[in-house]
Design a protein around this ligand. Sequence first.
Ligand SMILES: Cc1cn([C@H]2C[C@H](O)[C@@H](COP(=O)(O)OP(=O)(O)O[C@H]3O[C@H](C)C(=O)[C@H](O)[C@H]3O)O2)c(=O)[nH]c1=O
Length: 183
Amino acid sequence: MKITNTKLKGCFILEPAKYGDSRGYFMESFNEKTFNELTGTDTHFVQDNQSYSTRGVLRGLHAQAGEYAQAKLVRVLEGEVIDVAVDVRPQSETFGQHVAVRLSAENNLQLFVPRGFLHGFVVLSDAATFFYKCDNFYNKASECGVHPLDKDLAIDWQIAESELLLSDKDKEALSFKEVFRER
Ligand SMILES: Cc1cn([C@H]2C[C@H](O)[C@@H](COP(=O)(O)OP(=O)(O)O[C@H]3O[C@H](C)C(=O)[C@H](O)[C@H]3O)O2)c(=O)[nH]c1=O
């Protein structure tokens, strides 16, 4: 397992070791001991999520607030996405900054999104199966979101806006400044 820092403290890109042979390949896609040693965290995931989306679907930017905040380890089982994590940790020096990482079944990369981040992704391939581990349970009442095309965040989703497909919830999401007005 290789780990790479991003410009956002605690947000890492991980690449599992892949063992190929004449049959195909094997990899440990996740190992708690290895993960915590490499990230220097004491993370225990409790819920796995999976979603399937066609090209242009954008899910996000979401987070759960307060005691139900979730760290996520995200990866793509099929297809390709641009995955985005936005730092909204109140005291962070990189508050409001984001990373955008191309994750695909091909490149086998994973992104660790710590608690205190907004998260979202857009599908670039014809379809994508997205899989992620969460270190806290789903709690609908704690859900919060920011519009993914927010002008202040200025995220480059690398796809024409005309191709995007958002849920009504995401279309109606507040702007970054409306959600974090006190900053
Ligand atoms: C997140 C979640 C949702 N649901 C139910 C609630 C709805 O009936 C249905 C679809 O939920 P939603 O439209 O919020 O799904 P996404 O738009 O993919 O949301 C996710 O999108 C971005 C990428 C994230 O990082 C979050 O994990 C999550 O917010 O699944 C559950 O039952 N459990 C869950 O953990």
